[in-house]
Design a protein around this ligand. Sequence first.
Ligand code: CTP
Ligand code: CA
Length: 236
Amino acid sequence: APGSGTGGDLAGRHVVVSAGGTREPLDPVRFLGNRSSGKQGYAVAADAARRGARVTLVSANVALAVPDGCEVVAVGTALELQQAVTAAVAAGDVDAVVMAAAVADFRPARYAEAKIKKSHGQGDESAPTIELVRNPDVLAGLVRDRGQHDRPYIVGFAAETGDGTGDVLDLARAKLARKGCDLLVANEVGTDKTFGEDTSTVHLLRPGTEETVTVGPVTKTAVAEAIWDTVVPQLP
Ligand code: CTP
Ligand code: CA
């Protein structure tokens, strides 16, 4: 039962965890998606339940068993995920939100009610251009809506590959400042790293301190434990 692990250091707490990756439909048979397996978010939810929390797991396109003690809300798109997370937080009793989901930054501007055909009326050799529009930033919205209140504690994730502008830690530090969340869990991603794997290496960054805790390579369960070990003492 939800929150059945009474006596843990999250007993009496309600946490919301988003996990998986959103899919943005183009037509009835196609979507824009990403490589998130949901394993890290599910591990975060499972560990919170073990520690005694009531857990609302907002799950986007994940093929994993529901962890013991978690209440799942299944979503497909970024807009659905935003709706589910904000509705859970609006209930007012949420102590922490962990945004582990890979939320699509963009969605197709238009949804085609009928399957898009190879010959789409502009000559047989042409290809269509897919116009995209921005999705809302769910995490930024949570920070904004919290205003001056100290609850809920908000955890963001950052999947970084590193690029010409900086390494993973530089990019993560900048993202933490931009997002305004209380903890940023940064991991290095690439086609051979993290996605779908059972282990990963993450850096835990908090505002107001240059100190960075690096965990791994360890199992995603151990990463989840390290996240809650960091969050629990900070909860108001
Ligand atoms: N996130 C979100 N809503 C979005 C995009 C991201 O809530 N529309 C959340 C993710 O769940 C994650 C955090 O923001 O916790 C960081 O996501 P990431 O994709 O790394 O950052 P972005 O701000 O989208 O920046 P970019 O993709 O350009 O690196
Ligand atoms: Ca993004």
